[in-house]
Design a protein around this ligand. Structure first.
Ligand code: 5GP
Length: 112
């Protein structure tokens, strides 16, 4: 079981920002920006590459919810970053699909 599944099950604590039937959003334990949230589906999907077509609506819900949360967090006016790390070269450590919502500072491009 991944650490995120334990957070979904409330077996380990997290600072929860938003929750509904389909998803959960909480503060990253090691923030890389003034605002660093993780938005995850409650459905256990290891990586972006494990999506099936039936997950399209769920992913639309997550992306829309990310934009709402960014507005609520006050980071959307100047802009923010929505990131999905995918597998080893993408830098994915937790194999439960998640969006990083990062804001409150300027981000460089290209990424390191
Ligand atoms: P990844 O590298 O897989 O894209 O990102 C995983 C993220 O999960 C990292 O930013 C890391 O700080 C965060 N993280 C790992 N373990 C925990 C935890 O137990 N609680 C919380 N809130 N975040 C975690």
């Amino acid at each position: 079981m991944t650490i995120f599944k334990k957070i979904i099950n409330k077996e380990i604590p997290a600072q929860i920002i938003y929750e509904d039937d389909l998803c959960l959003c909480f503060n990253d334990i090691k923030p890389q920006a003034p605002v660093h949230l993780l938005l995850i589906p409650k459905k256990e999907i290891p990586t972006l590459d494990d999506l099936s077509e039936e997950d399209s609506k769920l992913m639309g819900h997550l992306v829309y919810r990310a934009s709402v949360i960014a507005k609520e967090q006050g980071i959307s006016d100047v802009g923010y970053r929505l990131v999905v790390n995918v597998k080893e070269y993408g830098g994915q450590e937790v194999h439960h699909l998640h969006f990083h919502i990062l804001g409150g500072r300027n981000f460089s491009w290209p990424p390191g």
